[in-house]
Design a binder for this molecule. Structure first.
Ligand code: KG4
Ligand code: ZN
Length: 341
């Protein structure tokens, strides 16, 4: 591999089309994301058929734009990294087919990146000096996992959600409150004017001895029941209070479990990743608690928390260094968790 390594990263795992160029896994040269929110919001969730058709329409112009913004051509690239799972199968296949075609046409290594590992690597684009071993919490629309990373490519799952993912409950509560889709960022904003003590919602599994699994379906049901009960009584619920109390219940569990994990492993570094890592209250509480334990906390800027091609390009660089290359029979792996190549 040349000393300067330029990787094109492509992500079409869900409803955003992302392409980016990253230098040596660490330096972002361009990052283009085409959001489909306006196509899906009227349905209150993602419609897989619409998502894959839209990816197909925009993928080539998005990649062209990423290269143009980085000021390079296909011939200057050192590899093509693409998300192969988890995600929606039709969406994933658009990115995978595009990456295969480019890799074949320009004779470039094809790198199949696990989307969840990709989220972790958004942290490598922050300029922070990240030291292993570390613990990372991946909190997204589809996953909530605590993982231990001894080094690049060495991942151990410490805990995961037993039902809904944290982002999923943010979206479901937002939908019940008529706040639109996706709802995490709206609840985050609204909470700032709310009183978290106005409602008391459950914190499932929080005090379970040493266990690092999560469960969020209970808090979701409790919020939906509160909305129904108060509406039936003719009471006017202050949306900001409801949002703040719900958010605090979710954040409390995420923070307590993170601290529990940190005490079980000898680490100095904690990474936060995934769409919910954009949450202001989660960042603040985690920072306070981890700094008291003298543990370095890193999280990506908000635009790199949600899905993007840059995190895939960064992960792709480290995969390439480990020789983790894909072959032409690469297929989508919609139900993948961590690992897989
Ligand atoms: O990682 P991501 O872009 O997609 C998946 O791979 O799932 O995460 C999207 C999730 C959505 O559920 C969205 O509501 C949530 O991240 N999210 C947030 C915030 N911004 C995005 N949740 C809480 N607070 C936020 N500020
Ligand atoms: Zn994601």
């Amino acid at each position: 591999m040349s000393r300067q390594s330029l990787i094109l990263g492509i992500d079409t795992s869900c409803d955003d089309t992302g392409a980016a160029v990253v230098l040596n896994g660490r330096t972002l040269l361009s990052n283009v994301v085409s959001s489909q929110d306006s196509f899906h919001c009227r349905f209150g969730g993602i419609v897989p058929e619409i998502a894959s058709r839209r990816h197909l329409e925009v993928i080539n112009p998005i990649i062209d734009e990423a290269l143009a913004k980085a000021g390079i051509t296909f011939r200057e690239l050192d590899g093509i990294a693409v998300t192969f799972g988890p995600g929606l199968v039709g969406s994933l296949l658009v990115g995978i087919s595009t990456a295969k075609a480019l890799s074949f046409a320009f004779d470039l290594p094809l790198i199949a990146v696990n989307h969840l590992e990709g989220h972790i690597y958004a942290n490598f684009l922050t300029g922070a000096n990240i030291s292993f071993p570390l613990i990372c919490m991946v909190v997204s629309g589809g996953h909530t996992s605590l993982i231990y990373m001894k080094n690049h490519g060495h991942i151990e799952i410490l805990g995961r959600t037993r039902d809904d993912a944290a982002g999923e409950v943010f979206d479901k509560v937002a939908r019940a409150m008529d706040l639109g889709f996706p709802g995490g960022a709206v609840i985050d904003r609204l909470s700032q004017q709310g009183d978290a003590a106005a409602f008391s919602f459950p914190r499932a599994l929080m005090n379970e001895d040493g266990k690092l699994d999560f469960s969020f379906s209970g808090v979701k049901t409790a919020v939906l029941n509160s909305i129904r009960r108060e509406t039936e009584k003719g009471n006017r619920v202050k949306p900001a209070d409801l949002a703040a109390a719900f958010q605090e219940a979710v954040v409390d569990v995420l923070v307590e479990k993170s601290l529990l994990a940190v005490r079980q492993k000898d680490i100095k570094q904690f990474l936060l990743a995934g769409g919910v890592a954009a949450n202001g209250q989660l960042r603040k509480k985690l920072r306070q608690r981890l700094s008291a334990e003298k543990i370095e906390l890193t999280y990506p800027p908000v635009e790199l928390c949600t899905d993007n091609g840059a995190m895939i390009a960064s992960a792709g660089y480290y995969y390439l260094r480990q020789g983790r290359l894909a072959s032409w029979d690469l297929n989508a792996a919609p139900n993948l968790e961590f690992g897989g190549t």
